[in-house]
Design a binder for this molecule. Structure first.
Ligand SMILES: [Zn+2]
Length: 74
């Protein structure tokens, strides 16, 4: 079974959209439970990791990816 990779600061897409219409969530806290914040209405929710992995569709934007594109030096 494939394990979903995600980390703090990632923007993820959920299978079910939030009532506000947005289905993009930002991971703002990692632990036994995951705290995610809706990109659309800024409402944050705490969900158990297992439930989050089940409801998460994919990572849209990784925090690590954006760090790599940051200019170095200067
Ligand atoms: Zn929302």
């Amino acid at each position: 079974m494939e394990r979903k990779q995600f980390q703090l600061g990632d923007i993820v897409q959920m299978k079910k959209p939030h009532p506000c219409g947005s289905n993009e969530m930002e991971v703002i806290r990692m632990g036994m439970d995951i705290r995610i914040k809706c990109v659309g209405c800024k409402h944050s929710v705490l969900v158990p990791r297992a439930k989050f992995e089940k409801n998460m569709k994919k990572v849209l934007r990784s925090a690590a990816d954006s760090e790599q594109t940051m200019p170095t030096g200067e």
